[in-house]
Ligand binder design. Sequence first.
Ligand SMILES: *Cc1c(COP(=O)(O)O)cnc(C)c1O
Length: 371
Amino acid sequence: MNIPFVDLNAQHAEVVSELQSAIDAVMSTSAFTGGPQVERFEKRYADYCGTRHCVAVGSGTAALELLMRAYEIGPGDEVILPANTFVATAEAVALAGAKPVFVDVRDDTANLNPHQLAAALSPATKAIIAVHLYGVPADIDAIGAFAREHDLILLEDAAQAHGAEHRRRRAGSLGDAAAFSFYPSKNLGACGEAGCITTDDPAIAESARMLRDHGSKEKYRHDIVGRNDRIDGIQAAILSVKLKRLDRWNHRRGELAARYDEAFTGHPLIHPLHTRPECKAVHHLYVVRVQDRDRVRQALASDGIATGIHYPIPLHLQPAFASLGGAPGDLPVCESLADEVLSLPMFPHLDEAQVDYVCESLAGCLEGVHS
Ligand SMILES: *Cc1c(COP(=O)(O)O)cnc(C)c1O
């Protein structure tokens, strides 16, 4: 058996004819950037998330960067974020001229540990970015309470959490504003690059709209220095088609995750990361912790199973952030996760037999290992 880590072909086979007509419709109007398809998608996605506004942009990274600009986060400011995340979360902060302050994560969920916030706080702290990593909403009750108490902006990096819920509220509506990515392999993915910002704050939405389009509200009048981070009409039309299926696809991911969970229950050497009871996770990734991870990964590969590592180097130890002075031992949970995490195949078009095969292969290659 050959099991890919993610199979986008299977997803496309399901929607190809609808995608084709959505693309044709954009071609016939030549509304290639901005336009009615973009507005339609923004309205639908804001409704989906339960926010007043959605501003679609060129990528998830752009969404994060524009949020920094919209909130006027810049030189002299500090932004607290977990070190176990994709690099873009911190890049946005650094590119804005602000300082990323990395904190450790919870051992069970691998998401930001709210108990670490107090030590990271300084008079320069302006915002916290709660990352809903792997599709599990961050501990938003505690993080939100801390943000309110210290008058900090609370941003969500929801790039892996389309449709995830915390106490029945959706990711994207849990802080002051959120960034989503529609990178092709995300739970909701474009056929190319795309992302968006969601918020209830009309001033932030307006500022993001201007920033994505050269600081302009009115053609050739530029009120602020912006950039070009618009989304393609074709991508917006594609996203509207796929959005209709997002809940079903997320539900299917949940079934597959439950099947993995069940197979690993009580296994002494395979430790799946957890979700939290007050949440509905959307299983962007299915991540287990194992010892001797690289050998295990090799063994799975020789059984035809592709896996991923999210992420092998915590951000405080990345060469790109060396100037911040992070050192091994600073964030012990992030560092042990980096050595132990293994992401198993997870996508809605995976089937039960494939999951069972992965579980058998993983258990089998751990059989000869001493704990
Ligand atoms: C994918 C991702 C991003 C970046 O999104 P792009 O659309 O690839 O720019 C940011 N943060 C996290 C947590 C992600 O997973």
